[in-house]
Design a protein around this ligand. Structure first.
Ligand SMILES: Cc1cc2nc3c(=O)[nH]c(=O)nc-3n(C[C@H](O)[C@H](O)[C@H](O)COP(=O)(O)OP(=O)(O)OC[C@H]3O[C@@H](n4cnc5c(N)ncnc54)[C@H](O)[C@@H]3O)c2cc1C
Length: 557
């Protein structure tokens, strides 16, 4: 075994979505930080693409919100296909969850992203902050001294010492088990995903999908996705010039028989692509298969109290993201939780090192913050996918539609409004200018999407219409933001009073929405339909404004 003479303050294991964030924040605070990744190229081992929900960008690390991360397409809605009979096309649609125009898709509910460029961008930011990155290196064990974790051991038998280790290994991490703080998860909590990546011309994607993610649900015999474990379903994500088709299933071993998942996935994929009319008639003739990938992740961990209460820290070590079991139970959305937990872990680590106290009792702060984070706790305890499986087994159409609506339709407001308002009000309490930062972020991201570039310097040459800048629109936009900032600054004098009241009142938001939504929703959807032509025109105008505007007015600086 070789001993690396260099000692680090912090070693972060894993350069997926969470690791580089924790590393960058530690390095920004002056800590000597090493980021270790087992794959040769950053992002190689992370699944190929996903939708990162808006709350990750709004409430996550400020450098992402204020930066220009690469993404593929803003997403502004979900279209759910409820397949009762695929052969006769007896299919109901729930498309209630969409951001109405003209603000959608500029105000997006998520950003569809390829993992590789996104993680590369994060690592670039970490390196700029001074992080040392080591790729093609697998951490195989931890160094323990007097009960404290004091570094790691790599697959080339190298020992590297540190004051703290942040474990960002993802869902298949082993270090926490080696450190004796977590157990292996049971098979029912592991979902296996089968993903197809198709190339498709952009105009066709614009026409078939627009900015919506499509999801398919159905009875087992409809063969939408293999009925193993919980949450039979299929998602199709549109990117700029490609589509991701993903079926996933929790593993379950019935009557001691191990199902042939590979065969089942194949069968279900063929069934959907040859029978579902929009795929068969519109997508299939032009789609070109580029890749097929398999990946596993833990999805029901949050619902199992025993697993949920497994520790996230020990003396000298903190777990973040998927390694800490923070993947959402509904849609396997785990990037926001990886970002939130990375930021919290880094801040606690900085404090621990400063105070020279990396003990369990000090690091408990981390767990307390994770447990009181409204969005993390909401996302790891959602029950809709679990309940949906029960509805499928009972063949109860009313229940099936209810759970789809509550999970991936407007019904999600009945359980999401309280955590959203809580984090919203506490963010405003901490920084009154955050609202204008959010608005600029949305507009800047949308301009990036139009121009397909993420750095202003690259874009200037591309812009063909510099001479037609909308001077009045720009003035209006900047004046509006100035007014919002000024207004909030005045109100901020009383912020302690009103923000604490508002945060407390948020508790009542979910029950209130549950009461009013059944009456309000049909009116809301009818109004949107009624005003659609007008809203579409307005949306086009807004998009032309963003296209022509000087990028500087959307800049965070
Ligand atoms: C099929 C699928 C679809 C998903 N869809 C979505 C979605 O739509 N939206 C969403 O928000 N989330 C989604 N997720 C979840 C999301 O990918 C994860 O929650 C997120 O990547 C977690 O980030 P992380 O940093 O904890 O782990 P990861 O991003 O998985 O990163 C872990 C990194 O650690 C490295 N590593 C592992 N072990 C070691 C070791 N011993 N030594 C060195 N390096 C190591 C890995 O190579 C990897 O780069 C999806 C996941 C899957 C599998």
């Amino acid at each position: 075994m070789t001993e690396n003479s260099e000692e680090f303050d912090v070693i972060v294991v894993g350069a997926g979505f969470g690791g580089p964030i924790a590393a960058k924040i530690c390095a920004d605070a002056g800590l000597k930080t090493l980021l270790i990744e087992r794959s040769k190229n950053i992002g190689d081992k992370v699944i190929s693409g996903l939708t990162i929900p808006f709350y990750g960008f709004l409430f996550g690390p400020s450098f992402i919100r204020d930066g220009n991360p690469p993404f593929e397409r803003p997403a502004d809605g979900i279209v759910n296909y409820i397949i009762k009979d695929i052969n006769t096309s007896d299919i109901d649609i729930d498309d209630s969850l969409r951001v109405p125009k003209p603000i959608g898709p500029i105000i997006a509910f998520g950003y569809n992203t390829y993992c590789k460029p996104f993680c590369e961008w994060e690592v670039k930011k970490a390196v700029e902050a001074g992080v040392v990155v080591k790729t093609s290196t697998t951490v195989i064990d931890i160094i323990k001294e007097d009960g404290f974790i004091k570094g790691i051991i790599t697959d080339s038998d190298e020992k590297i010492s540190s004051k703290m280790v942040i474990d960002a290994e993802g869902s298949q991490g082993l270090l926490a088990i080696k450190a004796g703080i977590r157990e292996k998860y049971p098979p029912e909590t592991i979902s296996l995903a089968d993903t197809y990546d198709y190339e498709l011309p952009k105009p066709l994607i614009d026409r078939i999908f627009g900015h919506s993610v499509k999801m398919c649900w159905g009875w087992d015999e409809q063969k939408v996705a293999p009925p193993l474990g919980y949450g039979n379903g299929l998602m199709v994500w549109p990117y700029r010039e490609s589509l991701h088709f993903m079926q996933d299933q929790c593993l379950s071993i019935n009557h001691n028989k191990v199902p042939n998942i590979s065969k089942l996935f194949e069968e279900y994929h063929n069934n959907i692509t040859t029978k579902l009319s929009w795929w068969k008639d519109q997508v299939a003739p032009k789609a070109k298969l580029r890749a097929r990938m398999w990946e596993g992740f833990e999805i029901y961990v949050g619902l199992d109290n025993r697993l949920r209460n497994m520790p996230n820290y020990t003396d000298g070590m903190i777990l973040i993201g998927d390694a800490a079991g923070l993947e959402s139970t509904e849609l396997c959305d785990g990037v926001p939780a990886a970002w939130f937990s990375a930021e919290i872990a880094a801040k606690v680590t900085i404090e621990a090192i400063k105070l020279n106290n990396t003990s369990k009792s000090f690091l408990k702060k981390y767990d307390d913050k994770i447990k009181s984070h409204p969005i993390i706790q909401w996302s790891i305890s959602g029950r809709n996918r679990y309940d949906l499986r029960e509805a499928q087994i009972e063949h109860d159409e009313v229940k099936l539609k209810k759970y789809i609506h509550n999970g991936w339709g407007l019904g999600s407001l009945t359980h999401f409004t309280t955590p959203l308002l809580k984090i919203l009000f506490s963010s405003i309490k901490n920084d009154t200018s955050i609202i204008t930062k959010w608005i600029k972020m949305y507009f800047r991201y949308y301009q990036n999407w139009i121009y397909e570039t993420y750095e202003f310097s690259e874009r200037t040459n591309k812009s063909k219409i510099l001479s037609k800048r909308p001077e009045f629109g720009q003035l209006l936009f900047t004046s509006l933001l100035t007014m919002i900032d000024a207004g909030l600054k005045i109100v901020s004098r009383f912020k302690r009073l009103y923000s604490n009241t508002l945060i407390s009142l948020s508790e009542f938001a979910n029950p209130f929405i549950s009461k009013v939504l059944p009456k309000f929703e049909p009116i809301f959807l009818r109004l949107i339909r009624l005003f659609e032509p007008f809203l579409n025109k307005l949306s086009k105008k807004l998009i032309v404004f963003i296209e022509r505007a000087n990028p500087k007015i959307f800049s965070a600086a």
